[in-house]
Design a protein. Structure first.
Length: 328
């Protein structure tokens, strides 16, 4: 435990509604409290800007490893967000305009002294599906387009593809399409809103049926030694826990470590301390930066403390920061 009592704020969805046994944010908060961090709780509606400064209506938060009563909140008080040492941005997607406005507020808090995890600029810049384009050597053939003719040509080239919107999460609106599928046109029309929106199509990777969609977690650029393989249900193509997939931990293989080495340093340098790579058949399909999950499942199966590792990385970065001018 550090000698300094850091103040950590968390921006998240309502804590009363989380799934106690699966929530990764709670794992981080439990680890932070154990290390002596002073916790503050906020939701999006508790944030605002006034004359260029970021403020929040923050409530003292205490957490407990108790599935019947895992949190206690104190009375709210208004304070400049820049006075917090760190802010965890753990609001789940969809990544809509409200999410973007939230990152603006948090970036002003960052400018005023708070470390925000993950960095607001990175959250805006790194769309979880499109940002794979920065690492084509790690990915299967991928097309991002509005043009349905181009989608059709991509399908003809590869025979079987996966089609997704760019803004959703949890396996929503993911389609697997084959050349003979008579629903192809309506799928392309729906995903692109008749050519008015971009969508992503990727070559289908058959490994997902047997080995699943693996979540490789990166902490400050370094991989956790186990991945969470999410095996689709027999009647589904989607490797998402929210869509009914089964989570099975497995050790990282050489390909996982290579992928982490290609992507992790860039993300860490840009302030993305906790990231999830989605890997199918040795190819990265998404780079999750908003609110990656999988901590609780891997902790339980492999006796890890991933939340503690995340908080440890935050603590090291805080301790390495230069002292404010007035404290020198």
């Amino acid at each position: 435990m550090t000698n300094k009592r850091f103040r950590l704020g968390v921006v998240m969805d309502p804590i009363a509604r989380i799934q106690y046994a699966k929530d990764s944010t709670l794992a981080m908060l439990l680890a932070a409290e154990e290390r002596g961090f002073e916790l503050r709780y906020l939701e999006q509606a508790d944030l605002w800007l006034r004359d260029g400064r970021a403020f929040g209506r923050a409530r003292p938060l205490s957490v407990a490893a108790d599935p019947r009563s895992w949190f206690t909140l104190g009375e709210p008080s208004v304070e400049p967000l820049g006075r917090l040492d760190c802010i965890l941005m753990r609001k789940d997607p969809p990544f809509d305009t409200e999410y973007i406005y939230t990152t603006y507020i948090l970036e002003r808090a960052e400018d005023e002294g708070a470390m925000v995890v993950n960095r607001p600029q990175g959250l805006r810049d790194m769309n979880e599906k499109v940002y794979t384009a920065w690492f084509p050597q790690c990915c299967a053939p991928t097309l991002v387009t509005r043009d349905r003719t181009d989608m059709r040509a991509f399908l003809e080239e590869h025979g079987k593809i996966v089609c997704k919107p760019l803004h959703s999460m949890g396996g929503r609106s993911i389609f697997v399409v084959e050349r003979s599928d008579k629903n192809t046109n309506v799928i392309f029309e729906t995903l692109t809103d008749e050519g008015r929106r971009f969508a992503i199509v990727q070559r289908y990777i058959p490994d997902i049926a047997e080995t699943g969609d693996s979540r490789v977690l990166l902490i400050d650029g370094e991989p956790v030694p186990y991945a969470l393989a999410r095996i689709p249900a027999e009647d589904d193509n989607r490797g998402n826990l929210a869509a009914g997939a089964r989570g099975v931990g497995r050790p990282l293989d050489d390909r996982d470590r290579w992928l982490a080495g290609e992507i992790g340093p860039t993300l860490a340098a840009r302030g993305m301390l906790f990231v999830g790579l989605d890997v199918i058949g040795g190819y990265v399909t998404e780079i999750n930066v908003t609110s990656p999950t999988g901590i609780r499942e891997l902790d339980k199966q492999h006796h890890l403390d991933i939340g503690g590792s995340v908080i440890g990385a935050i603590e090291r970065r805080l301790l390495a920061r230069p002292a404010p001018r007035a404290q020198r």
